[in-house]
Design a protein around this ligand. Structure first.
Ligand SMILES: [Zn+2]
Length: 673
């Protein structure tokens, strides 16, 4: 947008700190109207030509929700051609809400703001003009959910391009890739649920809380049928209940009651995964029951009571030890347990049950959500093939439990279900949304920031990862609003297909950079990539792929935020993908930076669940997050050197990523006895 860029013209490219403050308020060219609130004092100098006004304001006095178009400054600022259009005398104006028309002072020759000056300007821009809650409102409330391949995600992408362009970002556009996860035999069309009804008809009547599993088919209109319970071996969830991404708090000391406690229920033995023959034998034994039935698959999960409240923030000591440069303990996703040779994994059992239900004419499949308090996680049919599953719902643990217990009494339970899902063939092409601030003397080098923009479909994907995307958008908006002229190009990427296996970022890395072993020309030009994707907390530490010097450089860029609780950066040498998109860069041997956050409700309530909404956004932290990220990105974009990388001899061994369709399982029908 031309207005935004007019600041880059020669007359204004060198700003004094005071003028830079003026830029913060968006007021270097033309006349603009600003609301002023809080403590205001000023004096005029009418003798020396046009009046010069100094405004002083107590920024801390600004209330939350102050109008966005506000002129504020925490030190004196000079403006000329001042004309008051509201209010009475100067004295009357003090401490009031005022409106001014201001125009520009002739720029004085001066040097560009230094790094610490820029950090202050970034912080001031977020303090005064924050847009982050508007951004997350758009992403979550207006466009959510943003399941990969859906028209919602495409509309959110288009909004991002339009919005980034309006902020003055250059080259905002969408980059396509073909949506085919490793477990899908062909490219996958979009899937969307259009209608959903699930209610009990007998012996009680009432709504049931359910969510549809993505990439499963529709029922043939409204179906009413009896519930049949099956319990194939090998589907018992490993934890038997709640799960906390970040690990729970240590258990409190046992209270010392005088009387001995009631005996606890015996813990069932850890189940063994079945062999194909064992699974076939079980499925054959229930074959005659499932035709025309609504099939509840798996025993009701008894969710253990959680006696310890889940901490919102991790303790300072825990953060300190995790990012202790001398003895780091970086977070790693636990490796999935290995299943002994000849036994089927849970996923394999579930896929086999799906095919069995299709082959034997079941009307619908219902799974237990297995979490307390109505939390439902409904992800996808792992084959992404509508013909290889019956219509499938995930039901809240409490409804599943009630129906299971009634069936256990020998009572017939009848449900009425209607699921209408829609396929979108255009969804096989999905997009990453890109925008940038061009660099100057090192413009072919890139500092990237981003996060995944796609979500699951059960809620609006606010914490996963609407807010991570919002923090990154807000960070680059701040830099654009300040009209920075970075040495390196700053590029934002909002990924798609992350939830199905980091697919969008893997495609992008392959398209643009290749890998250490197979480099494209841009490979050497990527300085670093910042990623954020674990909820609504501010960054508390960073994991940086590369030698110790890489972590040191990122640490230094974020050191000024020690007072906001930033603990440090630790180096990582793992090229294994997992968790989130920074690892797509690590996988290629590129400097991916994963920012670590406090848990808040993410691990306990919102991650991939039906409760992942705008209400769970913690505004203070995400605003600080945007400031920290904008500052760190700017710092790297201005540095003399790029972030150090592993030398060829020190580069860890590659960990190959499975390609599209490479893990698609063949159709397997259960042989008749
Ligand atoms: Zn995520």
């Amino acid at each position: 947008m031309s207005n935004h860029h007019s600041l880059g013209e020669p007359h204004s490219s060198r700003l004094t700190p005071r003028q830079a403050l003026d830029v913060t308020a968006g007021n270097l060219t033309g006349q603009r109207t600003f609301w002023i609130s809080g403590k205001v004092s000023f004096r005029t100098n009418s003798r020396a030509g046009p009046p010069t006004v100094e405004l002083k304001q107590d920024m801390a006095a600004l209330p939350r929700g102050t109008p966005e178009r506000i002129l504020t400054c925490d030190r004196p600022m000079r403006v000329e051609n001042f004309r008051r259009i509201l209010g009475g005398t100067v004295a009357k104006l003090c401490g009031c809400v005022l409106c001014f028309v201001l125009s520009v002072a002739t720029p004085l020759p001066a040097e560009a703001p230094g790094l610490s000056e820029m950090y202050a300007l970034i912080r001031a821009e977020e303090t005064n003009n924050s847009k982050i809650m508007w951004i997350i409102h758009e992403i979550a409330d207006v466009y959510g959910p943003r399941l990969t391949g859906t028209t919602n995600l495409k509309a959110a992408d288009d909004w991002a391009v339009k919005t980034m362009t309006s902020w003055g970002l250059a080259n905002a556009h969408l980059e396509p890739w073909t949506f085919q996860p490793p477990s899908a035999a062909t490219p996958v069309p979009g899937w969307e649920n259009m209608e959903l009804l699930a209610e009990a008809v007998t012996p009680f009547h009432g709504q049931l809380m359910v969510k549809p599993l993505a990439w499963t088919p529709s029922t043939k209109g409204i179906v009413t049928a009896q519930v049949v319970m099956v319990d194939p071996p090998g589907l018992t969830p490993p934890t038997g209940g709640g799960f906390n991404f970040f690990g729970g708090a240590p258990p409190p000391p046992e209270p010392k009651w005088a009387a001995p406690p009631m005996p606890a229920a015996a813990k069932p033995a850890e189940p063994k995964q079945p062999t194909p023959a064992e699974l076939d034998a079980y499925l054959n034994s229930v074959k005659d029951n499932v035709r025309g039935a609504i099939v509840f698959v798996g025993k009701h999960v008894q969710v253990a009571e959680e006696m310890n409240p889940v901490p919102m923030r991790r303790s300072e000591d825990e953060w300190k030890s995790r990012f202790d440069a001398k003895n780091p303990r970086p977070f790693r996703f636990p490796e999935p347990p290995k299943v002994p040779e000849g036994q089927l994994t849970r996923a394999e059992v579930s896929r086999q049950v799906d095919q069995f239900l299709v082959d034997n004419g079941a009307l619908a499949r219902i799974n237990d959500a297995g979490r307390a308090h109505g939390i439902i996680i409904a992800q996808q049919n792992s084959t992404y093939d509508w013909t290889r599953a019956v219509p499938t719902l995930v039901m809240r643990n409490e409804d599943y439990g009630r129906i299971s217990r009634l069936c256990g009494d020998g009572t017939a339970v009848t449900l009425r279900v209607n699921i209408q899902n829609q396929e979108d063939p255009e969804g096989t092409t999905v997009y990453n949304a890109i925008g940038e601030i061009p660099g100057t003397d090192k413009k072919d080098e890139l500092v990237m920031l981003g996060g995944h923009y796609d979500s699951w479909h059960d809620a609006t994907g606010a914490t996963d990862n609407g807010i991570g995307s919002s923090m990154m958008l807000e960070a680059i908006r701040i830099l654009a609003a300040l009209h920075v002229k970075p040495r390196r190009t700053i590029r934002i990427a909002l990924w798609s297909g992350e939830e199905e296996g980091l697919l969008g970022s893997l495609a992008y890395v392959q398209q643009h950079f290749g890998s250490f072993e197979n480099q494209k020309p841009e490979y050497t030009k990527l300085d670093a990539y910042f990623n954020i994707d674990s909820g609504t907390g501010k960054p508390r530490g960073a994991g940086v792929f590369g030698p110790a010097g890489a972590a040191d450089m990122v640490h230094e860029s974020l050191m000024p935020f020690a007072d906001w609780g930033f603990m440090g950066a630790v180096a990582s040498d793992s090229r294994r993908t997992g968790g989130t998109d920074s690892t797509s860069f690590n996988n290629a041997g590129l400097p991916g930076i994963g920012l670590a956050q406090d848990a808040f409700d993410y691990g306990s309530f919102t991650h991939h669940t039906n409760l992942d909404t705008y209400e769970r956004i913690y505004e203070e932290d995400v605003r600080e997050g945007a400031v920290e990220i904008a500052s760190a990105v700017y710092s790297l974009a201005m540095a003399d050197q790029m972030v150090p990388r592993f030398k060829a001899e020190g580069m860890p061994k590659p960990v190959p990523e499975p390609g599209p369709g490479s893990q698609a399982a063949p159709v397997r029908h259960v042989p008749a006895n």
